[in-house]
Design a protein around this ligand. Sequence first.
Ligand code: 3PG
Length: 208
Amino acid sequence: MFNKVLEKKLLPAVTLSEVDSALRVAEALLEGGLNVMEVTFRTKTTAQAISAIAAEFPEMQLGAGTILSAEQLMAARESRAQFGLSPGINEEVVKRALNIDFNFIPGVMTPSEIELALSHGFRTLKLFPVSDMGGVQYIRSLRGPYQHTGIKFLPMGGISLSNLASYVSSEMVIAAGGSWLAPRTLISGGRYEDITKRVRQSLAVVDQ
Ligand code: 3PG
């Protein structure tokens, strides 16, 4: 499933506080050529924003991020998110996702967390906060013990246009994610055309 959803190799992580701006951000991402986004569960209006985007832009593949509890996971699914992500691996959330057959990407950082995720059958893992843990060099170190398992990483945390190329060129990376594509400063400033520009620039880096 995630090979298709993340085929453009980019996942914007977006924090939205208003439905109106949520729709404008989704439109700006689509305009730039990206039909996937993560909406973080960090504001009271997250579920509402996801529902509104799903209704207005059915072509947008919606992920709900920062899922910290089973309740949030259920709210994400009800709001029509198609998949979920967490910064870490939480047994309650992971078990619920498996029980309800909801596509899910747990967050990992250490070898023990990677193996815990593997033991639950997950093969796409968010690697967060990657830049604080050595960035691409850390991913290279994980290649030896884990490449043969078929896992793919979604590195997030500290990724920007300037270091994107090194992440997406790794065989173990399915896509790179983060807030640089649609940061809060651009959203609150209504600078939606700059979001579109960042998407185009980032897609050009991925395609190099
Ligand atoms: C996340 O939501 O996973 C991270 O906050 C993304 O990190 P970034 O803001 O450094 O891109």
